[in-house]
Design a protein around this ligand. Sequence first.
Ligand code: PMP
Length: 403
Amino acid sequence: MDWHGIFASRNDRMKASEIRELLKLLDQPDIISFAGGIPDPDLFPVQAFQEAFAQALSPEKQATALQYSVSEGYGPLRDWIVTEMARLEIPCTRDNVLITSGSQQALDYLGKLLLSPGDTALVGWPTYLGALGAFNAYEPRYDRLDPETNRSAQDYAEAAGAGRVKFAYMSVDFANPTGKTLGAGMRERVIDLADALDMAVIEDAAYQSLRYEGEPLAPVLAREIARKGDIDACRTLYCGSFSKTLAPGLRVGWVCGAREVISQLVLLKQAADLHSSTINQMAIATVAEAQFDVHVDKIKTAYRARRDRMLAALEAQMPEGVSWTRPEGGMFVWLTLPDGIRGDDLLARSLRTERVAFVPGHAFFADGSGANTIRLSFSSTDEATIDAGIARLGALISAVAAE
Ligand code: PMP
């Protein structure tokens, strides 16, 4: 049967994710994995969730918890998010918030909402692989968003050819994959560019709460509200997630933005999956209300120590010619290898001889460049194992560089 002939053309752009393939390796006990970028399961607030689920299944709540619910999301959770957004200098109401099944679903819906085939999405080189995966189904062109260059709006518009530049997508704090944070001036410049191109801005804030040092920077949406006075006049769409703070398995995230956009996204959600899991939203609301800050402080302490350990190990073990980022938060360090060393070749060899896993960087580039980069995650590996893994990786890179 020729399934390929039957598949819609949008499937042509959708490839198996290298990260998903690699995650299968995490089950092998002798592998040291810096590949995942996932929370440490030992840090999940298990007892709080046990109590929250028991409460949701109590006689007073069970009829709500197990029932269909509204596409917009569970009201008390949307209210908690409104309060959280206000803390980030983003004044809004419930009507500015849609609950999604993880922020990944928000990226899919935003691609669906904004991209016609041939339109241009501006993304970082590199950018979050899952965002490219989500957008690819809508058959966009990609162009490089690089606010640090002074490339003009006209230049971006001309490069878009017959389509339009529809949005800039950015992971602004401790980005996946680089760990870098976009500075205040650059955030302002992105708003200028968006105004000039009349496009949307997708602000991916998946790691926003995980800052280990330095002063928090106001989100792009907060800055745009400061300029324009009202969220409903803004073009930035903020995507938040409970995956990195509370529990990714519950699949709860949100989009916050202008009411006109949220109400259209609600229609997309209705058509796609009606609503996110009612009981999961209730459990997240209960745990967030009871202990969000306390829990986030606890995981930040653990992740900060692991980040410090990985940076110290890299300093001690990496040969000349390797450079890396020094993230102020999040889960990732991004390495640039000497020219001529390919991340994918290094991974194949590392798995064979060192049993150390990481993600080759080129998968994060929409143009397939970045062959000599790799992403390391420090979030779910204890400190002694970080030392051992980086020592093995450093020795391997030294050996390869010397060949
Ligand atoms: N954005 C970024 C930058 C991510 O790294 C991830 C998860 N790896 C997501 C979004 C999606 O996360 P979730 O759907 O679990 O909220």
